[in-house]
Design a binder for this molecule. Structure first.
Ligand code: GLN
Length: 534
C-alpha cells in the first residue's frame, strides 16, 4: 500500500484557464521542496486516447517513453518536472469504460448490475492510485479535464468526493481554479462566477480546499476576503494567478502566493527543504533578456492552431534561452508553398523546420521547403514526416529518381524511398498501432548529430508507420545524404544528414517531446546555434 497523498485540480467558469500549468507549477515547487511528485490528467472524452483525434480538435498528440499517445498537458508536466511520464499519467473515459466492459465480459462482476457508481468510479480511483503505487511517489496531482458541471466529468468528480471521504482531508485535497473577470464598465473584479462554480462543486459533495483565481489584475484584499467568506475557504487559501507572458514564470508567482506551502500545510506535510530555483530563474532571465533574434520558418499544415505544434514551440523556447536568443517562429502553411513563391515564403528565415504530419495534404510544400533549405544552405531540421520529405526531395532532385515518393502518398511509386514498416503491413486498426515510444538510436561519431548529443547512444520517442527504405541507403550515402543514426536492433534509419551543408538534419523520431526547461533538447540547441550563424 502506498502512503501517497493526492491533490486534485478542478476547473470552473471556463475552460482554458491553465489547469495544466498550475498543476505543473505546483508539482515543480513540491518537487523542489523535496517530494517525489507526478501529475496525472483525467480526460472525460470517450476516445481511448487522443491518437485518433485531429490536431485541429485537440492540439498535439503527445507521446510518452512507454509509447502512449496522450494529452498535450503531459508535455507540460515533463517540461516542468524534468521527469518522464508514463501511460498511467493519462486516463480517458474511453479507457475506463473499456476496462470495465472487458471485466464484465470476463464475468468478473457475475450476477451484478454494472453501474457508474461503484464500478466506473472504482476503476477511476484505481487508476489514480496506480500512478502513485507504480512509482512509489509521495504526492500525485491529478488534473481533471473540462469544467465542473460538465455531464461527462461527473463520474470523476464523484470519484474525488469518495477519495476525500475515504482518505481524510489531510491525505486528499482539492484545488479549484476559476476566473475572476474584470468588468471594464464598472471597473471591478467580479467574484460571482467563482462563487457559482464552487456551488457546483458543493452540489457534488466537494468543498474545495484551495482556490486559485485567474485574473488580469491584482486581487484586492476585499476580493480575497469575499471569495474566502462565500466559498468557505481560509483567506490564505485564496491564491492569485495573474496573467503572465511566459508560462515558465507561473511557478515563481505561485511560490510568491505560497501555493506550495498552503498545499503542504493542508496535507500535513513539512517542507523538506527550501526550493532551489536558481537554474529555473536563470532560464527565465535568459528568456527575457535575449541578445539576438533568430527567425525559424515552421512549415506545417496545422499552423492555424499553435497547440498542434506545442512541444516544438516549447523546445524552441528552451533552445533559444540556451543560445541567449529569441526564437521567432514564422508559421508557414505547407499548402501555400509553391515553386513560384517558396523564395518569398522562406526567404528571410535563418532556419527551416518541416513538421511531422500524416497524409498527402501539404506534402508538396514540405518537399519544396526541404529543397529550398538544401539548395540555399539554410539550417534545416525535419521531424518525422519532415525527415521523410527531405529524403523524397533528395531522391527526386539529387539522385534523379523521378516520381520517388513515400508509399503513404503514392502506393504505386516507382521509387518507394519511404515505405511502410514490415510489422505495419498486416495492421488494420488505427488506434495505438503505430511504432510508438522510445527506441534506441546509435549515432555515428563523425556527424552533426553527434556534435549535438556528444554521445553515440540515445533513446528517442517515435510515432510513425513509415520508414526510410534501406534498399536505397547506399545510393543516398554516395550522393551525400548519410544515415548517421540507426536503430541498433532493427537497422531502421533514425537520422539522416547532408554532409555538405551548414546543418541539415532529419530525424524519424520526435526530439521535441523530450525537451525540458532544465534539459533542452541538444538537436534543437544545435539547430538554433547554427541558425544564428547565418
Ligand atoms: N506519416 C508519417 C508516418 O506515419 C510520419 C508520421 C509523423 O510525422 N509523425 O510514418
Amino acid at each position: 500500500m502506498s502512503s501517497a497523498k493526492y491533490i486534485f485540480v478542478t476547473g470552473g467558469v471556463t475552460s482554458s484557464l491553465g489547469k495544466g500549468i498550475i498543476s505543473s507549477s505546483l508539482a515543480m515547487l513540491l518537487q523542489s521542496r523535496g517530494y517525489s511528485v507526478t501529475v496525472q490528467k483525467l480526460d472525460p472524452y470517450i476516445n481511448v486516447d487522443p491518437g485518433t483525434l485531429n490536431p485541429y480538435e485537440h492540439g498535439e498528440c503527445y507521446v510518452t517513453e512507454d509509447g502512449a499517445e496522450t494529452d498535450l498537458d503531459l508535455g507540460h508536466y515533463e517540461r516542468f518536472l524534468n521527469m518522464p511520464t508514463t501511460r498511467l499519467n493519462n486516463v480517458t473515459t474511453g479507457q475506463v469504460y473499456q476496462s470495465v466492459i472487458d471485466k464484465e465480459r470476463r464475468g468478473d462482476f457475475l450476477g451484478k448490475t454494472v453501474q457508474v457508481i461503484p464500478h466506473i468510479t472504482d476503476e477511476i480511483k484505481c487508476r489514480i492510485k496506480r500512478v502513485a503505487e507504480k512509482s512509489d511517489l509521495d504526492i500525485v496531482i491529478t488534473e481533471i479535464g473540462g469544467t465542473v458541471g460538465d455531464i461527462e466529468s461527473l463520474p470523476y468528480i464523484e470519484s474525488v468526493r469518495q477519495m476525500k471521504w475515504e482518505m481524510g482531508s489531510s491525505n486528499c485535497i482539492v484545488i479549484h481554479l476559476t476566473l475572476v473577470p474584470y468588468l471594464q464598465t464598472s471597473g471591478e473584479l467580479k467574484t460571482k462566477p467563482t462563487q457559482h462554480s464552487v456551488k457546483v462543486l458543493l452540489e457534488n459533495g466537494i468543498q474545495p480546499d484551495v482556490l486559485v483565481l485567474r485574473t488580469q489584475r491584482t486581487l484586492t484584499e476585499d476580493v480575497r476576503e469575499k471569495v474566502a467568506l462565500f466559498c468557505n475557504v481560509e483567506i490564505s487559501s485564496v491564491i492569485e494567478s495573474i496573467d503572465v507572458d511566459i508560462i515558465y514564470e507561473v511557478p515563481i508567482y505561485m511560490l510568491k502566493e505560497k501555493l506550495d506551502v498552503t498545499t503542504l500545510r493542508k496535507l500535513k506535510l513539512a517542507a523538506r527543504r527550501e526550493p532551489h530555483l536558481r537554474p529555473w530563474k536563470d532560464f527565465i532571465h535568459k528568456l527575457k533578456n535575449p541578445r539576438s533574434t533568430v527567425k525559424i520558418g515552421l512549415v506545417g499544415k496545422y499552423i492555424e492552431l499553435q497547440d498542434a505544434y506545442k512541444s516544438i514551440n516549447e523546445a524552441f523556447t528552451h533552445a533559444g534561452a540556451v543560445n541567449e536568443s529569441r526564437v521567432e517562429v514564422v508559421y508557414v502553411h505547407s499548402e501555400g508553398i509553391k515553386e513560384t513563391n517558396v523564395d518569398k515564403k522562406l526567404g528571410g528565415v535563418n532556419g527551416i523546420l518541416v513538421a511531422p504530419g500524416f497524409g498527402t495534404r501539404g506534402i508538396v510544400g514540405k518537399i519544396l521547403a526541404a529543397k529550398f533549405a538544401r539548395e540555399k544552405n539554410i539550417p534545416f531540421l525535419g521531424i518525422c514526416l519532415g525527415m521523410q520529405c527531405a529524403v523524397i526531395e533528395f531522391a527526386r532532385n539529387v539522385l534523379l529518381l523521378q516520381g520517388a515518393n513515400s508509399t503513404e502518398m503514392d502506393k504505386g511509386t516507382p521509387y518507394p524511398v519511404i515505405d511502410l514498416m514490415e510489422e505495419q503491413k498486416s495492421i488494420v486498426d488505427k488506434g495505438g498501432t503505430m511504432r510508438l515510444g522510445a527506441y534506441a538510436c546509435r549515432i555515428t561519431e563523425d556527424s552533426k548529430s553527434y556534435r549535438a548529443y556528444r554521445t553515440t547512444e540515445v533513446k528517442e520517442r517515435h510515432r510513425h508507420r513509415y520508414e526510410f527504405n534501406n534498399a536505397y541507403l547506399e545510393d543516398f550515402s554516395r550522393a551525400g545524404m548519410k544515415a548517421v543514426g540507426i536503430n541498433p536492433e532493427t537497422g531502421l534509419v533514425e537520422i539522416i544528414e547532408i554532409q555538405d551543408h551548414i546543418w541539415f538534419v532529419g530525424v524519424q523520431f520526435h526530439p521535441e517531446y523530450s525537451s525540458t526547461v532544465l534539459r533542452p533538447h541538444p538537436l534543437f540547441v544545435e539547430f538554433i546555434r547554427n541558425a544564428l550563424l547565418i
